[in-house]
Design a protein around this ligand. Structure first.
Ligand code: FE2
Length: 130
């Protein structure tokens, strides 16, 4: 069986442009909505072309001490310039940034995955505590 952990990339986001960077708005409070922004390469961007783009970001929450993570959501970025005239001709592109909202009574870890169509799956984590 293939172990997905062997495929994850997670180099420092300051020198890479694939890692999903998570930003939390305001202080996190138990049981209250948390706004989580997920984007690629906060300081260094990533190409958004038909032949090279970020296709999706997925967000999970793993409560501390529990066995299973919970999927918060997934944002698909589906427009990357393709049209009947060919690659990069439509002028329509989806930007690779998403805003998720979730709440929990439990501390734990947010886990974000991003997928580049040619450079694979990338991962980042963010601790949630009260
Ligand atoms: Fe890439």
């Amino acid at each position: 069986m293939v172990d997905m952990n062997e495929f994850y990339q997670s180099a420092d986001w300051k020198s890479e442009k694939h890692v999903p960077v998570l930003s939390i708005e305001g202080p996190v409070k138990k049981g209250e909505w948390v706004k989580v922004s997920a984007q690629i390469g906060k300081e260094i961007g990533h190409p958004n072309k038909t032949e090279h783009h970020i296709a999706w970001i997925k967000l999970f929450f793993h409560p501390k001490g529990e066995k299973y993570p919970y999927e918060i959501g997934q944002a698909n970025f589906n427009a990357h310039g393709a049209s009947v005239q060919g690659p990069d001709t439509s002028s329509i592109y989806t930007h690779h940034q998403a805003l998720f909202m979730f709440k929990t009574d439990k501390p734990g870890t947010l886990i974000a995955e991003s997928y580049c169509n040619i450079h694979g799956v990338w991962k980042n984590e963010h601790e949630i505590s009260f």
